[in-house]
Design a protein around this ligand. Sequence first.
Ligand SMILES: *Cc1c(COP(=O)(O)O)cnc(C)c1O
Length: 393
Amino acid sequence: MHQPLTDEQICLGHEEDIFGHHGAMMPPIVQTSLFAKQTFEELVAAFAAEDERFVYSRGSNPTVAVLEKKLALLERGEAAKCFSSGMGAISSLFYGLLQSGDHILFVNGIYGPTLQLAKHLQRFGITHDLCLAREAGAIAAMLRPTTRLIYFESPGTMTMQVLDIAALVQVARSRGILTAIDNTWATPLLQKPLTLGVDISLHTGTKYFGGHSDVLGGALITRRELLKPIFSNAYLLNGASLSPQDAWLLIRGLRTLPTRLRQQQADALQVARFLQDHPAVETVFHPALSDSERQLAEKQMSGYSGLFSFTLKNGSFEKICRFLNALRLFRIGVSWGGVESLVISPHNGRNAEALRKKGIPAGLVRLSIGLEGAEALIADLDQALEQTGLLER
Ligand SMILES: *Cc1c(COP(=O)(O)O)cnc(C)c1O
């Protein structure tokens, strides 16, 4: 009888128990650190199932639980846990599931701080490798007998390369290795990795979920059986818990995620095509603009978000500085996924070699397309490219 809720309806809160809260259109912010019980026996029982009962807000909180249920529904997962940042989610994944002697294989472009964290894990006997090749055979060749986790991004968030997720899952499953994806680029609206067999999907909510550059948050979505050790070995003990205020901001952000993404997808494609045709631009990295990437993307994603990158011809550090400084509408800054357009380059004038090892061209410029409108953004890029070209000696 009941149709399952659409993603749009879930974002709008149709699964929320609003009449349990006087019909309030937004869930209440339950601003409390602890939950008292009427009897001590009740408290003891709640302690024994702290991942499901409200005891202390470092473990669970009703406002955060509304967001967790929503993300589990969007990702088609059994359960979700939210964190105070994306890195909180990523570190809890590692601390929760890995032990000394284990090996992680990172595949594809990986968010820099995730790899930095992996370096620190070496002190605890957890090793890793980075595989930039994307064919199943090349990935399989880098596995070790001790590989416990394949951690990947698709698309990556620097050069937006797409991995064949089903093929990677097959490699991992045949060897009993867990898989985890940082699904931040696509959001659960455009890609549902758990339905392709991935064990864990994770997000930073700081980017598209919040969408307004006003909140940090993160999330893991997986099976209950895997979330349990992450909850008890890491979530409760790391203390990277999401606050109810921030959970509320993320719930509010998700209300408009489908609409924002539709607009940002369309505008980003228009801007990317303009750049592709511009004589000062060498390569545009957008999954829809390369035949091979697009074929894979269309197999496993239902659309594109607003983050992509490109290289300037002869993109020296000096030239990148001139170009970024000449932009008027794009703000220069880290992060992405908000309503304002942003520009950044991974190049800092000294790290060309380190970038090359990670498969990132030194002349890369990354754009996060906001909601200013494609025409205004194209005009801004056009004038900045012209100014940069004119200044060339
Ligand atoms: C920003 C980012 C993160 C980290 O999220 P925080 O909320 O800043 O901790 C993880 N993965 C990707 C792809 C990101 O862009």
